[in-house]
Design a protein around this ligand. Sequence first.
Ligand code: ADP
Ligand code: MG
Length: 502
Amino acid sequence: MTRIRRRGAAQLLRDGGQTPPRAPRTSREEPRSSTGQRINRPRAPRRGRARAGHGWSPVEAPMTVYQATTSEIGGLFPLLAANGIPAVGARIGYDTLSGSAFYAHPIEWVLRGLATNPNMVVFGEPGRGKSSTVVAFLLRMMLFGTKTLISGDVKGEYSPLLRALGITPIALGSGSPARLNALDLGPLARWWESWSIERQREELDGLLARWVKLLVALAEAQGYVPTVTDEAVLARVLRRLLGVADGTTRLRPVTIPDVQRELADPDEQLWRETRFADRRQFLDTLRPITDALANLVTGPLAGLFDEPTNFDLDWQAPIQSMDLSGLRGRGDQAVAVALTCLGSWSSMITDLQDDGEIRIVVRDEVWRQMRLGSKAVQAVDSDLRLSRAEQKIQVLVGHKPSDFLSVGSAGSQEVAIAKDLLALCSTRILFGQSTRVADELAEDFALSDKESEVTTGWCMERTGRALWKLENTPGYKVQTVLSRTEKTAFDTNAQLRGAGEG
Ligand SMILES: Nc1ncnc2c1ncn2[C@@H]1O[C@H](COP(=O)(O)OP(=O)(O)O)[C@@H](O)[C@H]1O
Ligand SMILES: [Mg+2]
């Protein structure tokens, strides 16, 4: 066995035919401190030694000079640090450009001037990972004590998630005994007696306004646009039914059939109070609204929203949801009406809980609600406008911007309001889209050509990829990363098979 001889670096170089460089000889002794320690000092003056072959002087480099804007120069790799989005809130995944983690906290974004409102809108083709990203967001915000309300889960996608968290979701529709009174008082009934007279009066006005709005929206869904007279009478009837007109301290439960009965069979006091000449005139004037409400009670929604609520909802739960998947058999209209009732109900509940907590309200498949008509659009509009004041993060999930515009003919007032809705959502999360829709997005959100290409190209390559566009920042290419637990608790693939819209 031959022994391997170890060779030093100098020997290696010599064996390779090179002469190893010698250590430079310095004429001077290295500077030492008084204790004999070497002091770390530059060994040459700033411009080098003034000797031939030493020193330095600038030369004209054979380079091309490029000029670019600061937003483009940000793409130069070694100069890039992070994405400028603060690392607070829900960690969603990573920003593929900088490689850093991407966090979402819309309220913090408002406070830091990155956005003007905390609302988010999520667009993308079915199956691109919209709902999953929303789930990741709300689960991770939960760590900060944020509560979530899924305002109508049309496909029943969120129910397994709720069960995984130990919460029983309320299911409405076929096979479920659950009944939800559209005119439910919610937690208000419980708190009512603890309030001062002033507070009661204030809350009552709010409640009546909300109920009238709801009934008007429901009538509109039946094809009748209520008049101001209808609204005034409805408010009067509701006040009487609640019992506040007779000065009772307790609120009586009210249902839609109660209201309809009062309108169909008014007593003398009612038609006099509402300044009708006689009972006949009252009946004739209010016939359309009376019939519209009657249709609700007997139509495809019969029995769902017109009986007293028969379950207890835990308002302190970290997430609440209403599963409407059992309603699909009753048609789109039924789902849309259910969503309107729910929207009104949930906004009352979230309004009442002014505990300073941040709340997330998710409206998945928002296009269904938009189809209902202008009142439904206005309801969403007013919720979005108030979110800043109420610490609410409204999340609208849909396929494309024109979902919002199905409310009316081009140029109509409804379409104008619906267009405004987009402006009320500072954060736009754009998942993969076809080129046709991408053009629409580019116009509505003023996307650059590059950003538009991202939505049709890069986003389409993997699920969970989206362009996160905050009002005035360039879009961030973010990949949502789901944990294994999240993937199992929220797997919509099984349900997607055979289902239409996403
Ligand atoms: N970031 C992701 N990573 C891996 N799988 C994902 C991701 N996002 C979504 N998915 C999977 O893709 C499927 C569709 O997602 P979903 O959120 O329901 O899409 P959408 O709401 O856009 O229709 C789900 O089964 C989900 O598990
Ligand atoms: Mg979805």
